[in-house]
Design a protein around this ligand. Structure first.
Ligand code: PLP
Length: 374
């Protein structure tokens, strides 16, 4: 990977086999069904390729936030079950039900809209979403009973089929997550008493699925882990048996030999100390390289590790490579699989004061995604 294809200035290489292997690994580790979460264009990796790769690794279902994301996956030929859980106020679900998209339902309005879209021939397939402490989406405990009773009534009429019940955890602490789990278990019992028989019970995303085995139930929703990134501060991808699937790289666009005192980039936040070489990297915050990592973000160029000098601009940043032999066209890797000697997305997250999720997800539309060639 030391030269880019002719004419390519920047690209994100996606290792779909890594996604497949990561799903296999997480299936082995958890021992339960995996819903592979590919919202937000597969955390920047490409939703359709990520979904296909995850299904090849044994995921049984795909999860997205929005119905529009689910429909795009259908159009891309993904015919596995797809669950979408975040809906516009007043959304109607006709097209989703027609295309066999499963709906996460958080309240009576959504339940009734789903029932209106369902029919005896094609009931709306639902996962009831419960709030158990995160303070986001889902029915509140005070509303569980009404939601379950109404869902059971629609189910008896053949308009909906409740196949799942789910919630989402805070990862605030094991104690908080286990308290949410207890509330969830009570709610599952109440749903059952109301006559519902949801086969799938899911509450854990990557963090809890790995760290808190009790939360695995019979299904987990895995996002960041399938892309090979760790949600933990103190455990790397390799520690978890995962392989990062995205490598972000560019070709050095210009090289300049300068003397001491050369100001670099807007505001001259960086000045050279002595004779040195500056390499221009054609990636900027428009491409999702976080400006907050100015002066800090790590790269590998010509076999050496360096960091951003001065401010990251919209389209480019500069690296002071000292006396290293660097040429126009040389590969610059921002992040990839750190076991191969390149920085990680987590290194960039640390440099920018954010999380690795945001680093990969915000890689911009101007960066072509390309499947790795083997
Ligand atoms: C994004 C999301 C997930 C996946 O979370 P990860 O931490 O990436 O595994 C799971 N469930 C819900 C409801 C989500 O919004």
């Amino acid at each position: 990977m030391s030269t880019l294809p002719a004419g390519v200035m920047r690209e994100a290489i996606i290792d779909v086999e890594a996604i497949t292997d990561n799903v296999r690994q997480l299936r082995r580790l958890t021992g339960v069904e995996v819903i592979a979460v590919v919202k937000a264009d597969g955390y920047g990796h490409g939703a359709a390729r990520s979904a296909a790769a995850a299904l090849a690794g044994g995921a049984t279902r795909i999860g997205v936030a929005d119905i529009a994301e689910a429909l795009a996956l259908r159009r891309a030929g993904i015919d596995a079950p797809i669950l979408a859980w975040l809906h516009a106020p007043g959304a109607s679900f006709g097209e989703a039900v027609e295309r066999g998209i499963e709906l996460g339902v958080s309240n009576l309005d959504q339940l009734n809209a789903a029932a209106a879209a369902g029919s005896g021939d094609r009931p709306a397939v639902l996962h009831l979403k419960l709030e158990t402490g995160l303070g986001r989406n889902g029915a509140s405990p005070a509303d569980y009973a009404a939601l379950f009773a109404e869902a059971a009534r629609w189910e008896r009429l053949g308009r909906v089929r409740v196949i799942g019940i789910f919630s989402h955890l805070s990862n605030a602490s094991a104690q908080d997550d286990l308290a949410a789990l207890a509330r969830f278990e009570d709610a599952v019992a109440a749903a059952s008493a109301a006559g519902l028989t949801p086969r799938l019970r899911h509450i854990a995303a990557t963090h809890a699925a790995i760290a808190l085995p009790q939360t695995r139930l019979n299904c987990v929703r895995i996002g960041i882990g399938i892309y090979g990134l760790s949600p933990f501060d103190d455990r790397s991808s390799a520690d978890l048996g995962l392989r990062p699937a995205m490598t972000l790289r560019a070709a050095v666009a210009a090289v300049r030999r300068v003397g001491a005192g050369q100001g670099v980039s807007y505001g001259y936040d960086y000045r050279t100390n002595g004779d040195t070489t500056l390499a221009l990297v054609p990636l900027g915050y428009a491409d999702g390289v976080p400006r907050q990592a100015s002066g800090a973000g790590p790269v590998r160029i010509a076999g050496g590790r360096h960091s951003v000098a001065g401010r990251i601009a919209m389209d480019q940043f500069v690296v002071d490579v000292g006396d290293a032999e660097v040429h126009v066209g040389d590969e610059v890797v921002l992040f990839g699989d750190p076991t191969l000697g390149v920085p990680s997305a987590t290194d960039w997250a640390d440099a920018a004061g954010t999380i690795n999720y945001e680093i990969v997800t915000r890689i911009g539309a101007r960066v072509p995604r390309r499947d790795i060639e083997r």
